[in-house]
Design a protein around this ligand. Structure first.
Ligand code: NDP
Length: 277
């Protein structure tokens, strides 16, 4: 029998499935089909964002699935161009409308966008959205230690998660340790390095894959789960969705985990949180 997806508890008491499905760069017209496939494969945690332009497709797939809302975990994000107070409220309403939901499980500030200097104001808006019950949990994305420290100093609610670029070649140890030390769960975006780094060919990954009769992608996803990350690999292809979901039947040894962790090379594949506007 397939094991259930593990859950982690957030600092507000809600739980989150540790393995989900991300939809960055999923074409809006194809989104309903792709998310429907993902739900059929077994995923119940979907990570989208206003900036991806595909919330409506996600919403259609959720509505058509017949799956009980309580079984789903849906995240979306406030984009940089809507930071502020009223603009954040409006953007959130638009996201809910597109998703066809009356609440999301998790709402994130997508990037700190420090040049605008509005993330503290935006966070206070998210605190109000959470108080209204329309976002069960609230969090941030791409926040570095100084951004988190400012929130701690100037606002009331500690983010439930920090969603950052994280894969074996770019583990961001400082922000990861700081987040965890403050009760913030770490979500790993680009968990497979977006296919841009040759993680799949790395010896440590290949050796573990051989030992467990697993694929390199499965080994990397296991590494995330065993190091405590929340992870939502993206694929347009149903067979890869199934492959990426089929990771609960084996366990890496501590030495395999350590060998994969040694692939760190500060190899960012996405934007720098200090400069992405
Ligand atoms: P991933 O690391 O999940 O990599 C996705 C790429 O890997 C795609 O090209 C996909 O190709 C390929 N792939 C997937 N599964 C396999 C497999 N089993 N074998 C070989 N190749 C595979 O990158 P993402 O950037 O999509 O990150 C995951 C999610 O994180 C996003 O979808 C989004 O939800 C979130 N994210 C958040 C960001 C933020 O700023 N907060 C930024 C970026 C992502 P194919 O589709 O052809 O299978």
């Amino acid at each position: 029998m397939t094991k259930p997806v593990p859950t982690l508890t957030l600092n507000d008491g809600h739980t989150i499935p540790q393995l989900g499905f991300g939809v960055f760069k999923v074409d809006p017209p194809a989104t309903t089909r792709i998310v429907t496939d993902a739900l059929e494969v077994g995923y119940r945690h979907i990570d989208t964002a206003a900036a991806y332009g595909n919330e409506a497709g996600v919403g259609d797939a959720l509505a058509n699935s017949g799956i009980d809302r309580a079984e789903l975990f849906v995240t979306t994000k406030l984009y940089n161009d809507r930071q502020g107070t009223q603009s954040a409220f409006d953007a959130f309403d638009e996201s809910l409308e597109k998703l066809g939901l009356d609440y999301v499980d998790l709402y994130l500030i997508h990037w700190p966008s420090p040049a605008q200097d509005r993330y503290v104001e935006s966070w206070k808006a998210l605190e109000q959205i959470q108080a209204s019950g329309r976002a069960r949990s609230i969090g941030v994305s791409n926040f570095l230690v100084p951004h988190l420290k400012r929130l701690f100093g100037e606002t009331d609610v500690v983010p439930a998660v920090n969603q950052i670029e994280l894969h074996p070649a770019h583990q961001q140890p400082e922000v990861t340790a700081f987040s965890r030390a403050h009760g913030i769960q770490v979500e790993a975006w680009g968990p497979l390095g977006q296919g841009k780094y040759p993680l799949f060919e790395a010896t440590a990954v290949a050796v573990a894959a051989e030992a467990h009769g697993a694929t390199p992608a499965q080994v990397i996803i296991r590494w995330h789960l065993q190091t405590g990350n929340i992870v939502f690999p993206k694929s347009n292809r149903r067979e890869r969705m199934a492959e990426n979901f089929d990771v609960l039947g084996f366990e890496l040894s501590p030495s395999e985990v350590a060998a994969i962790s040694a692939l760190e090379r500060a190899g960012r594949v996405g934007g720098d949180p200090n400069t992405v506007e």
